[in-house]
Structures are given as C-alpha cells and as structure tokens.
Design a binder for this molecule. Structure first.
Ligand code: MG
Length: 189
C-alpha cells in the first residue's frame, strides 16, 4: 500500500520544538500548557507578537527550528521502518520551502526514517498537496494542518487521517493520536 505523510507536526514535534526556541530567544518562560491549548498552527501569540512579527520570527529562526534537536513523535520512526520493511511505499509530502528539501531529506534519514528520493515531495503550497496526493493515488495520507486537510474532505480514493493536535479539533476526518495506531489499520485490512 501507499502511505503518504506530512512531516512537520505529523511525524515530528516541530511546533513544540520551536516553542522552546522562542522561549529561549525571547528570554521568556511560557509554559507548555499554553502551547498545548493553542487553537492555531502559529505559535507566536503567547509571546505577544503580531502575525507579522510572528512570521518574521519564524522565518529568521527556520534554520534552527528545522535542523537542531526536534524530536519525532513517539513510534513515528519505528512504524515507518516497519511499513517499509513490509514492502509498503512511503511518501513524504512537505511544504517546507524548496531550499530546505534536500537537507530535510538527509535530516530525516539521520533520524532513521526510511526516505527514498523519488518518494519525497517538497516546496509546494499547502493547497497544492492535494494534487500530488491524487496523482500518487495514495491509500493513506496523514497531516495535521486544517488548511491542507480541508482540501481533502471530498476525496475518497485516499483515506485521510488527522494527526490530532489542539488546532485541528474542528476538522471532521478520522484522527490518530499516536502513530502506532497505523499498525492496526494495516493489520485489520
Ligand atoms: Mg504539518
């Protein structure tokens, strides 16, 4: 079967990692409780930043956010390795900017994720992911972002799952909390 994954906040805990970096950089100590209640993808509001300042902060910190010690979610590496060993195809579809595509691929490999270059797509806009997903005719696709997920509501060829997060509670699609739930999906097929 063909499995497609978004990367940030689906496979790896990027926003939380960035939240720690913001705390350090801005000399603050905002608790994780606040982070866990955020109702939007962006993390700058608790730091008192406007949307414009937030997006500046994000872009100027991107290098550090992407390539330092961001942790994968529990079971993410193991499950993808397992699927790969079982002969399933694993695709990554990330809207990380083009200039970060190759490095991201290498960074994921270093963490142990099974990555094949021709199954790694990057640099598209959120609303363009749907075209790649349709073209690949994925059996399963996992993402966290409402803006992406909402483009997939009507598409029934691919079983789309929400990676459960505080900011995507209103998305009306099946959701997974822990990536190990994928194991049951495959076994129950
Ligand atoms: Mg994401």
């Amino acid at each position: 079967m063909k499995f497609g994954f978004d990367i940030d906040d689906t496979l790896i805990n990027l926003r939380e990692h960035a939240f720690h970096i913001y705390n350090k950089k801005l000399n603050q100590n905002i608790s994780l409780d606040v982070f866990q209640k955020l109702e939007r993808v962006e993390i700058h509001e608790p730091f008192g930043l406007t949307d414009e300042q937030g997006s500046e902060m994000w872009n100027s910190t991107l290098e550090e956010i992407y390539y330092t010690t961001c942790l994968p979610f529990p079971n993410a590496v193991e499950i993808l390795q397992e699927l790969d060993r079982e002969g399933h195809k694993i695709y990554y579809i990330t809207s990380r900017p083009k200039e970060h595509g190759h490095r991201t691929m290498e960074w994921l490999r270093a963490l142990g994720f099974p990555v094949k270059e021709d199954q790694f797509f990057y640099g598209m806009k959120d609303e363009e992911k749907v075209h790649i997903i349709k073209k690949l005719q994925l059996d399963y696709y996992f993402d966290d972002k409402p803006h992406v997920l909402n483009t997939l509501l009507e598409y029934s060829t691919t079983k789309v799952f929400v990676k459960d997060q505080s900011y995507n509670q209103l998305v009306n699609l099946p959701r997974i909390v822990d990536l190990s739930e994928i194991r049951n999906m495959v076994q129950n097929k």
